[in-house]
Design a protein around this ligand. Structure first.
Ligand SMILES: Nc1ncnc2c1ncn2[C@@H]1O[C@H](COP(=O)(O)OP(=O)(O)OP(=O)(O)O)[C@@H](O)[C@H]1O
Length: 268
């Protein structure tokens, strides 16, 4: 089930060529992952636990090295060729500093790049407004709900105005209503800022709702088994969840995911 990429006209932003990753303890986290992601795509990495989704994302960010093969981002080897400002990374946990205000948490990436608080203030305020937290700059993480903490984490990723947003199961710990709302907010950010997004998830429903493309991965060893193009998500709203097209795509992707269990390499 290798469908055509949904945006063949846009330039390639990320190119993974035959990427292998073996950790020091011998675990092969990824074997032979090759993928092109074009500017403006919203791509989900979907797969069972341990199939290498997070490893792949961290390697794109340059947080982990490849064992062999190559990854380029915007024409440069991953982790090189930029000061890191053009990639935003959102982790599964909000990972906020509990002793610092929302403002200080979001200011952190700019502080690390040497911007004074006064210079950074408009950028921090802009990022907080993006996620609907303009009035919470002086609050502390303990005063926020789980969804609000995750919004702060997204604001912190967006404060450097990245073009590429990498999200590692950001909403897995949230209740369903909050998760749906944040799904819509991420789609809004993607549309309004011309972002390219890679979104790691275990959820078929989430991947189908968000993505213009779902990359289905299998475990032991981690690898890509399906690359499924969906209709463009630029017009997508909550009503889309009720459409026959959404149901059909969930069935298609769900079948592909179930099929990953048939791909386990028992010799590994
Ligand atoms: N630092 C590490 N050292 C050794 N093995 C690791 C390390 N990080 C990940 N692994 C192993 O590599 C494989 C892929 O892990 P990874 O976290 O990328 O999978 P995943 O698909 O993101 O899983 P999950 O959905 O559970 O987060 C797993 O077998 C994991 O145990």
């Amino acid at each position: 089930m290798n469908c055509q990429i949904s945006r063949p006209e846009a330039p390639v932003l990320i190119e993974m060529k035959d990427v292998h990753k073996q950790f020091g303890n011998g675990t092969v986290a990824l074997r032979g992952m090759s993928l092109q992601i074009r500017k403006g795509e919203f791509v989900s990495f979907l797969g069972p636990s341990g199939c290498g989704k997070s490893t792949a994302l961290k390697m794109v960010a340059g947080l982990l090295s490849v064992s062999s093969g190559s990854i380029s981002v915007n024409g440069h080897p991953a982790g090189q060729g930029s000061d890191g400002n053009d990639i935003g990374y959102v982790f599964q946990e909000a990972t906020l500093m509990p002793w610092a205000t929302v403002f200080e948490n979001v200011y952190l990436p700019l502080k690390l790049h040497g911007l004074r608080r006064s210079e950074a203030r408009p950028r921090v305020e802009e990022a907080l407004a993006m996620v609907g937290l303009a009035n919470f700059a002086n609050s502390y993480p303990r005063e926020l709900s789980g969804g609000m903490k995750m919004r702060v984490s997204i604001a912190r990723a967006m404060v450097t105005r990245p073009k590429l947003l990498l999200m590692d199961e950001p909403f897995a710990a949230l209740d369903e209503m909050t998760r749906s709302k944040l799904n819509d907010e991420v789609l809004d950010l993607w549309r309004s800022h011309g972002l390219t997004v890679i979104f790691v998830t275990h959820s078929v429903f989430e991947s189908v709702y968000l993505s213009s493309r779902v990359v289905v991965m299998a475990a032991r060893p981690g690898r890509v088994v399906h690359d499924i193009a969906l209709s463009d998500g630029h017009q997508r709203t909550a009503a889309h969840r009720m459409t026959p097209e959404y149901t059909e795509n969930c069935r298609l992707v769900s079948n592909a995911l179930e099929g990953t269990m048939d791909h386990v390499d028992i010799n590994h």
